[in-house]
Design a protein. Structure first.
Lengths: 214, 414, 486
């Protein structure tokens, strides 16, 4: 079964794009394809000057590690590791000295404002703080692309606001390309551009009432 | 019974874990069954019987015991001289003939150990052979008959026969190693049923004695062992009182001066012989078997505590819908015990049939026993071990379910 | 949920792996029984671990992640490790037993000595050497001369069944006593390299001395091995022991009742760690007739060198038809070879131990598999996350494998420690060359040395490897996205 059909989407570097659509519209599939978690049955995906859709699994793993940062609805931090160690994880795969790693981790934590919490384990942090650790982990390798799947879905309004602020800062001051899937129209409005997806196709006129209700 | 369905469903839910745990239970119960069978068999062999038991007459001091064959007739009568003296119910003489089918060489494929005795006593005096099922008994009777017809007949245990690469009907020449320069040319007339005598063989005592006489006739001097050819005499007595009497008759008989002889019950003879293995058997009984049982309990405990931890939420739900803490505890206990008892039973009952029917005994050469049967107790041991270890292993995790609080479980994000 | 056919498939896979690893283990045991350098298994074990650490380093898996998970699930970790501890504890204990037995048979044999038995006899118990042949057998080139005589020990070996005067309940009423009657104790002691403990002396030329009670028969002089002196000492009743000079052992001056005769202990030999430890030595001309054995059973020759001993063995056994001993037919072996044959009991015990270890190990493997499967199902999200971050399949495999190996290391080390606690325990057993019911009762110490510990640790690692591999493979196969949603 084809989830996505005839889909042509181009995202300029440094853009913050919000993808919206009802459940089953194929947003997650699209995100997976772009982030190199899945390969398309037909068609091509290019990120920067690399064609993601033709890479082998091992190549994809390395590419993801270096070029893509992930932010999730449920944060997905490893529960036994401290905030610092969670952020450090992706760096372990890169040929970096311990000192260099420490610098990068501290920079990322500083950016999300959590340097004072770096030795806490996830269960000792609030939801908003965990998500900020998640973002720090996403940017620690200095990727070009940040993929965020419902990053505010599990947060209260105040924390959600903070997280979105953070994403804006990342985009503007670090020139990251950000792809965010969300149900929340308020969140989507923080992006440069909103794309709607329905039944596997990009649509121009979405039924906004749908999202307000959701 | 409703509980039973729930328990079985739970076991089936994580089939992999149930399979792994049962596999662990099965192999460990298998080894315990073997160990307990060996120990139990030796316990029976060394415990004094009260009636119809056997006594062994041997040389008083020296081992191996070597008595003149001239003692045979008197000893088989229990050294009875007066009419009032007690005579044994039955008796047999043993002369050991150790030899090789290759002259001057002795290897695994040529070695032969034979009891030289009266063939018919095989059915009345030899342990296990005296209580055969009708089928094997008839086979053995046929072989015995052949030995009585043909003095040169030999019955060889099945494993020995295979090692010698011979079959029934073949002729073999056995070069004596304890009886130097005595060569016995025998015809294989049959085998023993699988079991205790797999590596032994039996030769008609008349054949050995005649060969010793022939040696004297040709060499013009008696064979060095001519006067030391009888190693054991077995007597069967009805009870302890008669045994004591016979023992006194033998001690007081003037017949047995050089060498002097003694009689002891078969069980005390065996236990004296096993004394050298005492530490080994102690290790089997008190180190090995308990550690295996403990390992079993630990493996079960691990499996059960894992599945309890995984199902805390579910158990909280059960509590919400009205299950009592005890009922939940019994669900967990029941799961463990069902698994332990079923896997344990399969293993020990399977071992019983496999080892006794197919393997023909546990091959464990110790003292003069070469293999051991799995005892009838094995039919319930597995269930008992399974029950005990699974109970011991699951009681703590099961008790811990009682303290599950509905609120705790839901508030915790895992 | 797992479907039945899949479970069966996994079961079959587990058994196949188990078979492969049993093969490896048999190889380890083989190393142990055949090579002197079993201690090399310790470096082997560390090399194995170093290799694992290297792989971990290359995989860039934070090992702290695994350790912390083990600590968080400490109860399961400990239960699994305890199963390993028991298996390895029992194994090292049993191997220590076999090792002690092996060292005993090794150190009993002197490579320069040649044992001559009658033809066909592999055991002294059934050997029979006529008196008249002894002189000529000893007069061979290559035998050391001592006081212008060939240095040899003429012996008759007998086993007695000695009634215990006051047997304790539930213990045997008789003791098997191994008696060696000698022609010349001084020459024999020289051949076998034994010395008496201070205060003792060899039996006299007559082999007997008069009793203080003129109505009694003369006392038979005997010299005891240390082990049998202790054994006979412990056979005495509580009251007698407490009244004795040494409650734990017989001493010079003590007597043993043998039917109507009394044996007087004139010396104790330093025999610890050899099969002679359980022997009673006396004058052949006294003890032989007393026990009804007039011939010798054994002749031990001291050759000038190891090589000379070997060529004497060949000469007597007629390996070279052109140059062989013709005057009588005998079976000759260097002591080293003789005791190697006696060590066959070790092999039987070893096989038994391997079976037990394999079965217990299987139980332990099942335990660690349960643990690791549970750990994985608990951490499916972690795995998905790691995969997303770029940790490839093999890195995940290594991570979980290391975790099970850490459990194995923990359990194995404690098991080795427990086994090591039995080092030096004194036990009795029997050695025989496997043919017939003959054998020698021996006393020895359990030796848990580096070799035994190496085997224990190695087995533990193997168990951890097998038990961890299957679950780790299943973790590796997880799809990152599905596991994040799961």
């Amino acid at each position: 079964m084809n989830v996505l059909n005839d889909l042509d989407l181009e995202v300029p570097e440094g853009q913050f794009l919000a993808l919206m659509g009802p459940s089953g519209s194929g947003k997650t599939t699209l995100l997976n394809l772009i982030a190199g978690l899945d390969t398309p049955s037909e068609g091509e995906i290019w990120v920067g000057d690399r064609c993601v859709s033709t890479m082998s699994e091992a190549q994809l793993a390395r590419w993801r590690n270096e070029h893509v940062g992930f932010v999730f609805q449920f944060y997905h931090l490893l529960p036994v590791l401290t905030a610092y160690e969670n952020v450090e994880l992706p760096l372990l795969l890169l040929p970096l000295s311990a000192k260099k790693r420490r610098e990068q981790v501290m920079t990322a934590l500083e950016l999300v404002g959590l340097t004072d919490r770096n030795s806490h384990i996830p269960s000792q942090l609030s939801g908003g703080q965990q998500q900020r650790v998640g973002i720090a982990r996403a940017i620690v390798t200095d990727p070009t692309l940040i993929v965020a799947d419902e990053p505010t879905g599990d947060l209260d309004a105040k924390s959600a606001h903070e997280i979105l602020d953070l994403l804006n800062i990342l985009q503007r001051s670090l020139n990251k390309t950000i792809l965010m899937v969300t149900h929340d129209l308020r969140a989507a409005r923080r992006a440069d551009r909103i794309q709607h997806l329905d039944k596997g196709r990009l649509v121009d006129q979405p039924d906004e009432a749908l999202y307000e209700a959701g | 019974m409703k509980f039973m369905t729930l328990i079985i469903k739970n076991l089936r839910r994580n089939l992999l874990r149930s399979v792994l745990t049962s596999a662990g239970v099965m192999v460990l119960v298998f080894v315990i069954t073997l160990i307990w069978s060996i120990l139990g068999f030796l316990d029976v062999a060394t415990s004094e019987k009260t009636s119809n038991f056997k006594g062994i007459v041997t040389e008083k001091w020296s081992i191996p015991s070597q008595m003149p064959f001239s003692y045979a007739a008197t000893l088989e009568n229990g050294a009875a001289r007066e009419d009032s003296d007690v005579k044994p119910i039955d008796s047999m003489t043993w002369q050991f003939f150790i030899g090789s089918t290759e002259k001057g060489k002795m290897g695994f494929n040529s070695f032969l150990f034979a009891f030289c005795m009266e063939p018919k006593k095989l059915l009345t005096m030899m342990d296990e052979l005296d209580s055969l099922q009708p089928g094997p008994r008839a086979e053995l009777e046929k072989a015995i008959h052949a030995m009585e017809q043909n003095r040169q007949g030999i019955i060889v245990g099945q494993k020995r026969l295979a090692a010698l690469e011979k079959k029934v009907g073949d002729r073999i020449k056995i070069f004596g190693t304890n009886y130097r320069d005595i060569e016995l040319e025998c015809e294989i007339v049959g085998t023993f049923p699988l079991g205790r005598y797999d590596n032994n063989s039996c030769i008609n005592r008349d054949f050995l004695n005649a060969s010793l006489d022939a040696y004297q006739a040709t060499m013009k001097k008696p064979h060095p062992l001519a006067n030391k050819s009888m190693n054991l005499v077995w007597v069967k007595v009805p009870d302890k009182e008669k045994f004591t009497k016979i023992s006194g008759q033998i001690d007081n008989s003037p017949m047995f001066a050089t060498p002097p002889v003694k009689i002891e019950t078969a069980s005390s003879g065996v236990s004296n012989f096993l004394a050298a293995y005492k530490d080994l058997l102690t290790i089997l009984r008190w180190v090995l078997a308990p550690s295996i049982i403990a390992t079993l309990a630990v493996v079960i405990s691990n499996a059960i505590s894992i599945s309890v931890r995984e199902r805390r939420k579910e158990m909280a739900v059960l509590k919400v819908i009205g299950f009592q803490p005890n009922q939940i505890m019994f669900l967990v206990l029941g799961e463990a015990i069902l698994l332990g008892v079923v896997a344990g039973s399969i293993s020990s009952i399977g071992t019983y049939f496999f080892v006794n029917r197919i393997l023909g005994g546990i091959p464990f050469p110790i003292a003069f026993f070469s293999s051991f049967p799995v005892l009838d107790g094995a039919l319930w041991w597995g269930a008992a071990i399974g029950f005990a270890t699974s109970f011991a292993g699951s009681i703590l995790p099961a008790l811990s379910t009682r303290s599950i609080k509905v609120v705790d479980v839901f508030s915790k994000v895992t | 949920m797992l479907k039945l056919p899949y479970a069966i498939l996994i079961g079959v896979g587990i058994f196949a792996l188990f078979a492969a690893v049993s093969g490896l283990l048999i190889w380890f045991f083989w190393t142990f029984i055949n090579f002197e350098n079993a201690w090399t298994l310790i470096p082997g074990c560390f090399a194995f671990f170093a290799l694992m650490l290297l792989v971990v380093y290359l995989a860039r898996i934070p090992i702290g992640y695994n350790i912390r998970n083990l600590i968080v699930r400490y109860r399961t970790t400990l239960l699994t490790a305890v199963a390993f501890t028991m298996v390895i504890g029992v194994l090292t204990f049993l191997m220590g037993f076999i090792n002690g037995l092996k060292k005993l048979t090794q150190s009993s044999g002197n490579p320069e000595n040649v044992i001559v038995l009658s033809q066909g006899a592999t055991d002294e118990g059934i050997s029979n050497l006529p008196f008249e042949n002894m002189g000529d057998l000893a007069q061979q080139d290559g035998v050391v001369r001592f006081n212008d005589e060939p240095l040899c020990s003429r012996e008759v070996y007998l086993v007695l069944s000695l009634p215990i005067a006051e047997p304790r309940p539930n213990s045997p009423s008789r003791r098997l006593l191994q008696v060696r009657g000698l022609y010349d104790p001084v020459a024999s002691a020289k051949v076998h390299n034994f010395e008496l403990l201070p205060g003792g002396e060899w039996f006299s030329e007559a082999g007997v001395r008069p009793s203080v009670d003129p109505n009694k028969q003369p006392l038979v002089e005997v010299v005891l091995g240390e082990g049998i002196a202790r054994g006979l000492g412990s056979d005495r009743s509580e009251a007698t022991r407490l009244a004795a000079k040494n409650p734990d052992s017989l001493e010079v001056g003590d007597t043993i009742q043998l039917d109507t005769r009394e044996l007087l202990v004139t010396g104790i030999m330093k025999t610890e760690g050899t099969t002679f430890d359980s022997e009673v030595w006396a004058k052949q001309s006294v003890i032989g007739p007393l026990l009804g054995k007039s011939n010798y059973t054994t002749l031990v020759l001291r050759a000038t060198s190891k090589e000379q001993a070997q060529s004497l063995e060949d000469y007597f056994s007629g390996k070279d038809p052109a140059n062989k001993y013709e005057k009588s037919q005998v079976n000759a072996l260097t002591e080293t070879n003789y005791f190697k044959a006696l060590g066959e009991t070790n092999l039987q015990l070893l096989i038994g131990t391997m079976v037990v270890a394999a079965v217990m190990g299987f139980g332990g493997v099942m335990g660690v598999m349960n643990t690791m499967f549970a750990a994985i199902s608990q951490r499916i999200r972690d795995i998905g996350m790691l995969r997303l971050l770029g940790f490839s399949r093999w890195r995940i495999l290594v991570s979980f494998l290391v975790e099970s190996l850490l459990i194995a290391l923990l359990g194995g080390l404690v098991g080795c420690l427990i086994g090591y606690m039995f080092n030096g325990f004194r036990v009795t057993s029997i050695v025989s060359s496997g043919n017939g019911p003959a054998g020698k009762a021996v006393v020895f110490r359990i030796i848990v040395d580096w070799g035994v510990l190496g085997i224990g640790l190695m087995l533990s690692m193997m168990m951890g490897l097998v038990g961890g591999l299957v679950p780790a493979l299943s973790a590796m196969r997880l799809k990152p996205l599905e596991s994040l949603r799961g």
